[in-house]
Ligand binder design. Structure first.
Ligand code: KG4
Ligand code: ZN
Length: 337
C-alpha cells in the first residue's frame, strides 16, 4: 500500500489550522488556533481581524504540526489547502502559506474544498463506503450531498437563506449567549421542552432545500414580544423548541433523501454535527434503514486542517494539482472531479 503524508492548511473562517495526515485517515498532528475570543465581543467574525490572526499564527502552526508529527518537509508528499468557500482575506493566508511551502520545497499542491473536508472528516472514523449520503451542517452551509463514488459530490439541496449554525448564532445573540452559540443552546435544549412549536419550513415540499430564516424570525418575534410585556420566557424551553424545529427539518429531509437514494452510509459533518440532539435523532432514524450512521468525531466537527488532509488525499491520489497562481474562491462549492 502506498503511504502518503499530507501537510494541510485550513483558514477559511476564524480558525487557523495546520495538520499532518497519513494516508488520508490517520492524524499525525492537528494544530488549531481559534480566534473566537477576538470575535466574541462583536457577536460574529470580523473579517479584517480574522486575517490578521491567521497571518500571526500560520507559520508557528506549521512548525508545531511538523514537530508534533515528528516529520520534516522532506517527508511530505503533498500539501492540501482550503481555497474556498469562506472569507477571501482569511482563505488567502492559508493559500499563500501553502503555495510558498510547496514552491520552496518542491511539493505538489492540492487545492481542496472546505466542504469536502467537513464531509471527509468521517474518514477518521472508518473507511467510507459508496454510495454515501452526507448531511453537512455548519455556520455557513446546510446541504444534503450525494456521493456516488470517491471524489464525486452531488449537492441534492441546500439552504435558501441562513445556514443551520448561523441560525443558532443569531438566535443566541438575541438571548445574550456568547458567539458561537450552538453548543450553549444545545445544552440548554436538553434541560427544556418543545413548548413553543416554532415553524418547520419546507418540511414536506418535495425538495431537499432548507430555509431557517422564518424560524429565526419567529423566535426573535416571540422573544421581543415577551420582552415588551416584561415577561420572561423560560430559556431552556425556548432553546429546546428552537432546536426541535431545526433537528426535525434536518432529520425529515435526510429521511426523504435516504428514501430516494439508498446508500451504504450517512455521513454527518460540519460544526453543527457536534449537536447532541441532531446526532441522537439521526441515530434513531437510521434504526429504520439499512444504512450505517457515521457522525464525525466531536473534536473534528468544527473547522480543522486534518479534515482538509482527509479530503486532499483523495484528490492527490486522483491527480489533482494546483499551480502557483492558485487563488482563493470565496464561493467555491465542490471541486468538479
Ligand atoms: O463548521 P464550523 O466550525 O464553521 C463553519 O464552517 O461555518 O461551524 C461553526 C458553527 C457555528 O455556527 C456554531 O454555533 C455551530 O457550528 N455549532 C453548533 C454546535 N457546536 C457548534 N450548533 C449546534 N449545536 C452544537 N453543539
Ligand atoms: Zn467549516
Amino acid at each position: 500500500m502506498i503511504v502518503s503524508i499530507i501537510l494541510s492548511f485550513e483558514s477559511s473562517a476564524d480558525e487557523t489550522s495546520v495538520a499532518v495526515v497519513k494516508d488520508g485517515n490517520k492524524i499525525l498532528s492537528n494544530e488549531i488556533a481559534t480566534q473566537i475570543k477576538s470575535h466574541q465581543r462583536f457577536g460574529g467574525i470580523v473579517p479584517e481581524v480574522a486575517s490578521r490572526h491567521h497571518i500571526e499564527r500560520v507559520t508557528i502552526l506549521v512548525d508545531e504540526a511538523l514537530a508534533d508529527a515528528n516529520i520534516t518537509y522532506a517527508d511530505i508528499d503533498a500539501i492540501a489547502v482550503t481555497y474556498g468557500p469562506g472569507l477571501v482575506g482569511s482563505l488567502l493566508i492559508g493559500v499563500t502559506a501553502a503555495k510558498t511551502i510547496a514552491w520552496a520545497h518542491n511539493i505538489p499542491l492540492v487545492p481542496t474544498s472546505h466542504l469536502a473536508g467537513h464531509i471527509m472528516a468521517a474518514r477518521f472514523v472508518k473507511p467510507i463506503e459508496y454510495p454515501a449520503l452526507a448531511l453537512l451542517v455548519s455556520g455557513g452551509h446546510t446541504e444534503l450531498v450525494y456521493l456516488p463514488r470517491e471524489g464525486a459530490f452531488e449537492v441534492l439541496g441546500e439552504t435558501r437563506d441562513d445556514a443551520a449554525g448561523e441560525s443558532y448564532d443569531k438566535v443566541g445573540r438575541v438571548m445574550g449567549i456568547a458567539y458561537p452559540a450552538g453548543k450553549t443552546i444545545d445544552e440548554l435544549a436538553h434541560q427544556g421542552k418543545d413548548t413553543f412549536n416554532f415553524p418547520r419550513a419546507m418540511e414536506n415540499d418535495g425538495t431537499y432545500e432548507f430555509s431557517f430564516s422564518g424560524l429565526k424570525s419567529a423566535f426573535i418575534n416571540t422573544y421581543h414580544n415577551a420582552q415588551q410585556r416584561d415577561e420572561v420566557l423560560n430559556k431552556e424551553n425556548l432553546a429546546a423548541s428552537f432546536q426541535a424545529a431545526v433537528v426535525d427539518v434536518l432529520v425529515n429531509k435526510t429521511a426523504q433523501a435516504l428514501d430516494h437514494y439508498p446508500v451504504k452510509q450517512l455521513l454527518l459533518g460540519g460544526g453543527v454535527a457536534a449537536n447532541q440532539g441532531l446526532r441522537t435523532a439521526l441515530a434513531n432514524l437510521l434504526a429504520n434503514y439499512d444504512t450505517e450512521f457515521i457522525p464525525v468525531p466531536l473534536k473534528l466537527a468544527g473547522d480543522n486542517a486534518a479534515m482538509i488532509g482527509a479530503a486532499g488525499e483523495i484528490f492527490y491520489r486522483k491527480g489533482r494539482r494546483g499551480t502557483y497562481d492558485l487563488n482563493a474562491d470565496p464561493s467555491l462549492e465542490f471541486e468538479e472531479y
